[in-house]
Design a protein around this ligand. Structure first.
Ligand code: FE2
Length: 384
């Protein structure tokens, strides 16, 4: 066994009403001047005003950068960094889904590290700590509040790239399930499935450890038991809270293992077709599970069991296959098709998508089964 490590966020504050602790947490990190990084959807939902009210009541100085977009381009990160440099915050609060949290993370380190931003794409290339970060998720899926990665779209080359740096771990992840109650069912389904994909890819991956397995198994159990409930009735507080925990647990794990073939394919397809990240990873999941199954059947049996499938008396491989059946059943129930032809991706793009997929070394290197471009084309063809 080689020597390994496990890193995670410094502090997690969680539960209904956790957002009311924001000022206390700002003081804890010695913050006096706050930049809130968020997006227009969160503003429209009234969440920015609610947080602004909390800061106003305690007379905390702040400014809002509210122009984060879905699948944020490098240009959005540059605009946020410019806003931060102009304002000079001593704490950054990321508020929103994965995109807002990712942009707040990269903004934090780009205030203290010299540009250009491009030189930090890759693993652990950022030399200096950034401005302290407090991350407040409003969706339950990306787990971005728990990870050290920021994914940006390079719109010139139609690819998505990641910056991974230990300096992008939050000082505080502030988890208030109240903020996720307003998510519409479709967003609940897509983001919740993304959490499941993180847990499964991290769990079956070659870099899995006892620490990540423990987090991932619980995350899988929580999604299996709660995603349908949260989708069916967004006011189900227990289901919302459990989904937020699932997302966070999986985020803590995959930040240490990275994901796998599913995310490599999702980034390749998403780079060109700009479908929501959670939708992409969700519909790819059963395909990749089927492909990976023979490389780690015992892990897939654990997944099947976490979904409540009865594996007793079955051969190892047939028991493992029940995990795919369980995931397809969940996708059916939350209205996500796993036929590629539903998403307008033409066959002539397969070779380029396969090349981009296999090129995502950070992700592919954690996949339990070795992957070639021909394999990826085979998977796309089989599920068209
Ligand atoms: Fe993801």
């Amino acid at each position: 066994m080689t020597v390994r490590s496990f890193d995670t966020v410094r502090r997690i504050v969680f539960g209904f009403g956790a957002v009311d602790m924001l000022v206390e947490e700002i003081k804890r990190v010695k913050g006096t001047k706050v930049l809130v990084v968020t997006d227009p959807g969160i503003k429209a939902a009234g969440i920015v005003d609610m947080v602004a009210g909390i800061l106003d009541r305690s007379q905390v100085k702040y400014q809002v950068f509210g122009a984060v977009e879905p699948d944020p381009r490098v240009e959005v990160a540059l605009a946020s960094i410019e806003a931060a440099k102009a304002y000079g915050p001593d704490v950054i609060v990321g508020l929103g889904g994965g995109s807002s949290l990712d942009i707040s993370k990269v903004t934090s380190v780009m205030v203290t590290n010299p540009g250009p931003i491009e030189k930090y794409f890759g693993m652990e290339l950022v030399p200096l700590p950034g401005v302290p970060l407090i991350l407040i998720p409003t969706t339950a899926g990306t787990g971005s509040e728990m990870t050290s990665i920021c994914v940006l779209s390079d719109s010139k080359n139609n690819v998505k790239k990641g910056i991974v740096s230990e300096h992008m771990f939050a000082r505080v992840a502030l988890l208030d399930p109240q903020l996720t109650l307003g998510m519409p069912p479709r967003v609940t389904a897509m983001t919740g499935m993304d959490a499941l994909v993180h847990a499964i890819e991290s769990f079956v991956g070659v870099r899995a450890s006892v620490f990540t397995d423990t987090l991932n198994l619980q995350a899988i159990r929580l999604v299996a038991a709660n995603l349908r409930l949260a989708y069916a009735n967004g006011d189900n507080r227990a289901a919302r809270e459990n989904m937020q925990h699932a997302s966070g647990l999986a985020g803590m794990a995959f930040s240490n293992t990275q994901n796998g073939l599913d995310h490599a394919m999702a980034l390749a397809i998403g780079g060109k077709f700009h479908l929501p990240h959670g939708q992409l990873t969700a519909f790819i999941l059963p395909w990749v599970m089927e492909f990976n199954l023979i490389a780690a059947p015992k892990k897939f049996i654990e997944i099947a069991k976490a979904f409540g499938e009865r594996t007793k008396g079955l051969s190892e491989i047939n028991a493992a296959r029940l995990s795919v059946k369980a995931v397809k059943g969940l996708l059916d129930d939350v209205g996500i098709s796993y036929k590629l032809s539903s998403y307008g991706v033409p066959r002539e793009d397969f070779p380029a998508l396969a090349k981009a997929t296999v090129g995502a070394v950070r992700l592919i290197s954690n996949n339990p089964r070795k992957v070639t471009e021909a394999d990826v084309i085979g998977i796309l063809e089989a599920n068209y």
